[in-house]
Design a protein around this ligand. Structure first.
Ligand code: DQA
Length: 165
């Protein structure tokens, strides 16, 4: 079962940021805390939702443990005003041509985020099917990586975080 959108910040603005979380990230907080830290996914999403409210921009977060669930969410974004995507494909980073193709088809700019520094880890984590399509890749900053990606997205969308203008 994949969860529906966790958090939806509605905004008068037409543009929105979509945050996609891949498999096992629903376990953050208890999953390998030495690698991924103690912050839960809900805490990450709440922090992003707060930033989105302050900036008056729409934000949706979605987590799925299923490749098809993530692909379906990307297809749904075709009918939405999604202007930027922040994605942690988790293990699918290293395996999924299908999610890569869905992002390529959507043609919305995205930042790839990893909590851990994948380049310090096992060799199979060094290759990403996403990085060459991404605007940027953030790895190893923990939950702050999402915040950095969000602020970058805002700057790209031409908004000021404090005024939302
Ligand atoms: C991860 C790194 C991946 O290699 C791993 O499979 C994950 C999480 C990260 O955020 O550090 O599930 O994307």
């Amino acid at each position: 079962m994949h969860r529906p959108a966790l958090i939806l910040v509605r905004s008068a603005s037409k543009t929105a940021i979509l945050v996609l979380h891949g498999p096992n990230l629903n376990l953050l907080g208890t999953r390998e805390p030495a690698v991924y830290g103690s912050t839960t996914l809900a805490q990450i999403d709440e922090r992003l939702a707060g930033l989105a409210r302050a900036a008056n921009i729409g934000l949706q977060s979605f987590q799925s443990n299923h490749e098809g669930g993530l692909i379906d969410r990307l297809h749904a974004a075709r009918d939405e005003q999604v202007a930027f995507i922040i994605v942690n494909p988790a293990a699918f980073t290293h395996t999924s041509v299908a999610i890569r193709d869905a992002l390529a088809a959507l043609a919305v700019p995205f930042v790839e985020v990893h909590l851990s520094n994948v380049h310090r880890r096992e060799a199979f984590r060094h290759h990403s099917y996403f990085s060459d399509l991404a605007e940027a890749v953030i790895a190893g900053l923990g939950p702050y990586g999402y915040e950095a990606a969000f602020n970058y997205a805002l700057a790209q969308l031409g908004r000021n975080q404090r005024t939302g203008t």
